[in-house]
Design a binder for this molecule. Structure first.
Ligand SMILES: Nc1ncnc2c1ncn2[C@@H]1O[C@H](COP(=O)(O)OP(=O)(O)O)[C@@H](O)[C@H]1O
Ligand SMILES: [Mg+2]
Length: 432
């Protein structure tokens, strides 16, 4: 269209020049009709930018050259040529200026458009991640009201959750849905499942900040863990029962008989070589009785059941001292209340394992055992031995067994150790 307009204006210009033949048009010099070229030049600039403006200006100027050469070689006055030439320069310059402006505008709009496009793409991607996340994700506003749910969240809590406070949807207290909590949720299908809560703030201005709550289904894991705990508890109980049974049997039958035997040998009033032989037999019988008593104490110290944890620990400590030659100091603080029997047993077994580790691994010169029974039972076994790196995976079951026993009794074991700096094992248990 632009090229046709240029040709048409050129034709009009030539016709005007021809028909007026040197006379002016109501006082306006006829060469000025060439200024109509401004119209297609501006169109070119607006439509095609700098490139359109330059190309069209060059083409229009070329046409002027052609019309001078073809029609007016003789007749065109200098005045005529210079009016047209200056006119063309002004037109071309205007058109290029407009063209450049159009280019800039288009560039910045293009930039904005592509930025918006990228933004939309990112948004789609994040939305996809959010929606396809298999764990329910709930977004709440600053007042705890659900403003967004992903697909899994919707199928867990139902559409009704949107717009309601999350803690009332989950039947929780307003400060209970914190990271690390495990929460029981009855899903829309009626099944109860356990979810690990992980909540974190997103967005900066506090008033407008959102909280993202991710609920990770841990039903299977917790059921398995519960089963494992129950199994371990069962195994430990069976082991303790067996030990108690063995200790009683050994005490009631072979030990009584040996004791009786030593007494009989003591009382036998024999003379000479026979007396020597009997004395020897008495020594052997006595040694067997001592060994048997130690075995019984190891299996299940009667003093633990009869007198309680502290006397049992005293006995244990003196045995370890005797056996290893290491100085073991026992300190006890707190009132002499007796914790529940299963708590005493758990504490005793843990102390036993900790001290056996000291004897087997620590190469210590000094060991302290501290017992405090107050609101809770706290027992510490600390040595100055060679220590170890506690993070390292170990082959034995000793440390793991201590932890498991403590957990089953409702408490916890903390092991601190540093290579070259000794080891301390701290046990905390509820008293009841
Ligand atoms: N008091 C200690 N001093 C030094 N090393 C220890 C101590 N207690 C435990 N360890 C280290 O931790 C490891 C694991 O201990 P444990 O679980 O009781 O298994 P085990 O005694 O059967 O080797 C030990 O092999 C030892 O290397
Ligand atoms: Mg051990």
């Amino acid at each position: 269209m632009i090229q046709i307009a240029i040709l048409a204006i050129m034709a009009l210009h030539v016709l005007t020049l021809r028909s007026l033949d040197g006379r002016d048009l109501a006082g306006v010099p006829t060469p000025l009709t060439s200024n109509l070229m401004l119209i297609p030049l501006l169109y070119a600039a607006v439509g095609f930018g700098t490139r359109g403006a330059v190309a069209t200006s060059v083409w229009a100027t070329g046409l002027f050259g052609l019309h001078w050469a073809l029609f007016y070689v003789q007749t065109a006055s200098n005045e005529h040529v210079s009016i047209e030439l200056v006119g063309m320069v002004v037109l071309a310059a205007s058109s290029v200026v407009v063209g450049r402006h159009v280019d800039r505008e288009r560039d910045s709009r293009g930039g904005l458009e592509s930025a918006l496009e990228r933004l939309a793409l990112t948004e789609t991607r994040y939305r996809d991640l959010f929606d396809h996340q298999p764990s329910p994700v709930v977004v709440t506003d600053a007042s705890g009201v659900v403003v967004e749910l992903n697909a899994a969240g919707q199928s867990l809590l139902g559409e009704g959750a949107l717009g309601a406070p999350l803690h009332s949807v989950l039947g929780a207290g307003s400060d209970e849905l914190t990271t690390g909590r495990v929460w029981t949720i009855r899903a829309t299908d009626g099944e109860e499942r356990l979810f690990l809560v992980s909540a974190h703030r997103v967005g900066a201005p506090a008033r407008r900040a959102l909280t993202q709550v991710v609920l990770v289904d841990v039903t299977e894991q917790s059921r398995r863990l519960e089963l494992q705990r129950a199994l371990t508890a069962g195994v430990l109980r069976a082991q303790e029962e067996e030990r108690l049974h063995l200790a009683r049997e050994l005490h009631d039958d072979p030990l009584q008989q040996l004791t009786y035997l030593t007494r009989v040998l003591d009382d036998s009033g024999l003379a000479g070589g026979t007396r020597e032989a009997v004395r020897e037999a008495r020594r052997i019988a006595n040694g067997a009785a001592v060994g048997l008593r130690r075995l019984i104490r190891g299996l299940r110290p009667p003093v633990l059941d009869d007198l309680g944890l502290l006397p049992a620990l005293r006995q244990l400590v003196s045995e370890v001292q005797e056996r290893t030659g290491v100085t073991v100091e026992l300190n006890a603080v707190g009132p002499e209340v007796r914790p529940a029997p299963e708590i005493e047993l758990a504490a005793y077994r843990i102390a036993q394992e900790a001290l056996s580790n000291v004897a087997r691994h620590a190469r210590a010169t000094r060991v302290t055992v501290e017992l405090a029974v107050e609101d809770q039972l706290v027992l510490t076994v600390a040595d100055d031995g060679r220590g170890f790196a506690p993070g390292r995976r170990t082959a034995g079951f000793g440390l793991a067994g201590m932890r498991e026993r403590a957990t089953l009794a409702g408490g916890a074991v903390t092991v601190r150790s540093q290579v070259g700096r000794g080891t301390s094992v701290t046990l905390a248990l509820p008293v009841r």
